[in-house]
Design a protein around this ligand. Sequence first.
Ligand SMILES: NC(=O)c1ccc[n+]([C@@H]2O[C@H](COP(=O)([O-])OP(=O)(O)OC[C@H]3O[C@@H](n4cnc5c(N)ncnc54)[C@H](O)[C@@H]3O)[C@@H](O)[C@H]2O)c1
Length: 267
Amino acid sequence: MPGPRLLNKVTIVTGSSQGIGREICTQFHEEGAFIVCSDLRPSGQGEDVPTHELITQKGGKAIFVQTDVSKAEDWVSLIAKTVNEYGRLDILVNNAGICTEANNPQPIDEVDEAAFDAHLRINTRGVFLGCKYAIQQMKKQELDASGLRGRIVNFASMVANIGMAGLTGYTASKGAVAAMTKTIALDVAKQGIVANSISPGFTQTAMLDNALGGALSSARDAVLAALPRGRFGEVKDHARAAVYLASDDAAWVTGINLNVDGGLTAQ
Ligand SMILES: NC(=O)c1ccc[n+]([C@@H]2O[C@H](COP(=O)([O-])OP(=O)(O)OC[C@H]3O[C@@H](n4cnc5c(N)ncnc54)[C@H](O)[C@@H]3O)[C@@H](O)[C@H]2O)c1
């Protein structure tokens, strides 16, 4: 039996309170990682037990640090609290994101400029700041047995590969994440840090419920029919992909965008 794949790896997960982020925390804990949960609030939509409490109840190590990923001062504090608690930072998973446009998709000539800016601020600037401050810490650390001192997994989206009418701000923000991740990977490759992105397809979370429950609700069957694997994604599909990218199995993988979308963008 192979052992846990992330034993004692100190991991920050943003957007940890619900959806994909909560499942990443759970799967990383099951692989032996120590978790720093970070989100606007500890409890997510429809979740009774905060993620960090769920993990500690299972005998794992986890803390919660309130963080707005779009604020540099919050990142400085998050990294400092992580190092204070666990002594280092091995893995950063930039999962937090918004897609408020899905509730009210608008064609380009009618896009609300504040909504556009909000997607860029949280989805793109949030990932940029996380990478910047995490890498400052990772560069101070010793190399591990795989020759790495840090691993980063950024969440982009299927819309980094395909257009989606009415979602200008979201698509711009996520295309930027996939593109930026390649440059970050090159910036730090020689320093023993890897950076990759995951692009989820339609996945059953509050984000998708909000989108399909709103203006897209009439499209649910059509969306499903367009998915080659014949089902919506599950949070575990992405959490396991993140485990792979953060593990020693992917020590020589850097600068990729991994599509976890049931074949949607292979068409
Ligand atoms: N669900 C999908 O179909 C889908 C598809 C493609 C990409 N994604 C991406 O996957 C990631 C997770 O999506 P999800 O479906 O779990 O979303 P979700 O809406 O269920 O959860 C997102 C989490 O991010 C947190 N968050 C939002 N703004 C934040 C901020 N400023 N600072 C800190 N935390 C913040 C929220 O509080 C929430 O807990 C997102 O980046 C999303 O864009 C999701």
